[in-house]
Design a binder for this molecule. Structure first.
Ligand code: ZN
Ligand code: ZN
Length: 188
């Protein structure tokens, strides 16, 4: 994983930063067919502490980029995120069933015992959800994956820190190209 950070400044409700230039190749498989776009978004935040009365005011700056991606990789990225959503669904359903199946006699237990049961009800279904995710992601997301692909998930992500928007790339070569195009140093 390599990173490239781009400085920004804020003035009232606007965020100013240089125009981001994207390499014309897929960040996942490096195909030159970039007829698809991956929507990358980030919410940069700025906190200002005012003294009278003391309070923190946060301003949000929603940012969006359309990253050139190949259609095949966009498909496996979308499938992988759908699988995570499905795994979360499995967890919710198992928790609901457990809650509904709880006997009314539970209220006669001590509060410590009840807390333990509640924790178990929330924690145990993580296992079937995780297994479900593993199976579904292998079956669905990985079937769309090519041997050149670097990841089943998005090959890049974005965050912000200390007045910089930070782009992180799974592929070092792609990251280096991005750094060059945007005239910024490549960070390990
Ligand atoms: Zn690709
Ligand atoms: Zn891919």
């Amino acid at each position: 994983m390599v990173k490239v950070s781009i400085p920004y400044s804020t003035k009232e409700d606007k965020l100013y930063m240089q125009q981001v230039v994207w390499p014309q190749q897929c960040p996942c498989c490096k195909s030159r067919d970039v007829s698809a776009e991956y929507g990358l978004s980030h919410n940069a935040e700025r906190h200002v502490i005012s003294s009278t009365p003391t309070q923190t005011v946060s301003t949000h700056y929603p940012l969006n980029w359309n990253v050139p991606y190949c259609p095949t990789c966009l498909e496996h990225v979308q499938a992988a995120s759908m699988m995570r959503f499905a795994a979360f669904g499995i967890w919710v359903v198992v928790v609901l069933i457990a809650v509904l199946a709880m006997p009314a006699s539970l209220s006669t237990l001590s509060s410590g015992m009840r807390t333990l049961i509640y924790v178990l009800v929330l924690a145990v279904p993580i296992l079937p959800a995780w297994i479900g995710y593993r199976i579904l992601s292998r079956r669905v997301a990985d079937s769309k994956r090519q041997p050149e692909c670097i990841n089943r998930n998005p090959a890049l992500s974005v965050g912000s820190e200390n007045g910089h928007i930070i782009f992180a790339f799974e592929d070092a070569e792609y990251g280096a190209l991005f750094a060059e195009l945007n005239d910024r140093p490549l960070e390990p």
